[in-house]
Ligand binder design. Structure first.
Ligand code: PBG
Length: 338
């Protein structure tokens, strides 16, 4: 068989010349991963000296504030610029409207103040959403039929954002998918002197079963019961809609965008990055972490290689950075490989 029929340039061109050895592979690496690209999500709970493993996320823990400080320090040592905080709220404080989310003396404000006191240089990002605080586990306020009310929810999210900004949060990240919330939050931040608070909008957030272990971690699985979030999070089959969501958030005043989940949605990430050229982040969510971890703990895949491969794929697809539960492990691997 004449291979020239299929590859007219062969043998003048042999792609494998450029893969023959380490020096040339390194010279031609198109994308890089650095610890600067990583955001580490951390779960915080009330109490002292608590470090409890999330059962569906081996290696990931829920920490009390005193223990979170060690993790914050670790991130700084490893060169991870930012952490993302998620509260595990005492069940007794959960209500229908999630009012605890705007308690100035609540868990998140106290955690932020404590971290900033010790480590002012560490970037802190907080989730703006009601689900950790509601009895029903939904991200908003419900009407009598159980429908999540958009505008009433925004009022609460805006107060939550202002509270977070007031205690020194650097990046507020609305993860609720209500319509118009970025605009209202931006306007209120502006008129309350929080002009430099960054908004990282979960623009394309899909209604995904990959969030399962996260809901275990923040203990909202039992609240949500058999419910779903299809009336506000996006349908996994859609991509045009993701572009419209991103466009809306940008117009309303978002500084950065998130696509979530991560690996199954790289096409969405790539499209949004290409179209808007905004700082765009991927969230490699809990279920993705758990799948990789479970397989590696079983010896079915190579843990370190898969972590780094999955993260470089986000960079190749256009992510400026990645929120990932692998941030610590990845940073250690990156430092070791230097
Ligand atoms: C809450 C929120 C969720 C995640 C981040 N913020 C869960 C959800 O929408 O139900 C998921 C993160 C993960 O799975 O790692 N609004």
């Amino acid at each position: 068989m004449n291979s020239q029929i299929f590859s007219p340039s062969y043998p003048k061109s042999r792609m494998r010349r450029l893969r023959k050895s380490d020096f040339i592979l390194r010279m031609l690496t198109e994308n890089n991963l650095s610890t600067n690209n990583l955001i580490f999500p951390l779960f915080v709970i009330e109490g002292n000296r608590i470090k409890e493993q999330v059962s569906s996320m081996p290696g990931i823990y829920v920490y009390s504030i005193d223990e979170i400080l060690y993790m914050a320090e670790k991130c700084i040592e490893l060169g991870i610029p930012t952490i993302a905080l998620f509260p595990v709220v005492n069940p007794e404080l959960k209500t229908n409207n999630g009012i605890e989310s705007i308690n100035a003396d609540g868990l998140i404000p106290r955690t932020v103040i404590e971290i900033k006191k010790h480590f002012p240089e560490l970037g802190i990002m907080t989730d703006v959403a009601l689900d950790p605080y509601t009895i029903h586990g939904q991200d908003g306020i419900l009407d009598n039929n159980g429908y999540v009310l958009n505008d009433e929810t925004i009022t609460m999210l805006t107060k939550q954002s202002l509270l977070h900004a007031s205690v020194g949060v650097d990046i507020v990240a609305p993860s609720d998918m209500m319509d118009g919330r970025i605009g209202v939050i931006r306007q209120e931040l502006e008129s309350n002197q929080y002009k430099n608070t960054i908004i990282m909008a979960y623009s394309a957030k899909y209604s995904s079963s990959f969030y399962g272990p996260f809901r275990d971690a923040i203990r909202s699985t039992n609240n949500l019961k058999k419910g779903n979030k299809n009336s506000y999070q996006m349908n996994p089959s859609n991509i045009d809609e993701a572009i419209r969501e991103a466009a809306a958030d940008i117009t309303e005043g978002a500084d950065m965008l998130i696509v979530k989940p991560g690996m199954p949605y790289l096409d969405v990430l790539a499209k949004i990055k290409e179209k808007f050229r905004m700082p765009t982040f991927a969230y490699q969510v809990s279920g993705e972490y758990s799948m990789i971890k479970a397989a590696s703990l079983n010896g079915w895949i190579r843990n370190d290689e898969i972590i780094l491969e999955s993260l470089i794929c986000f960079r190749r697809a256009g992510a400026d950075g990645i929120l990932t539960y692998f941030a610590l492990e990845a940073a250690e691997l990156l430092i070791k490989s230097k």
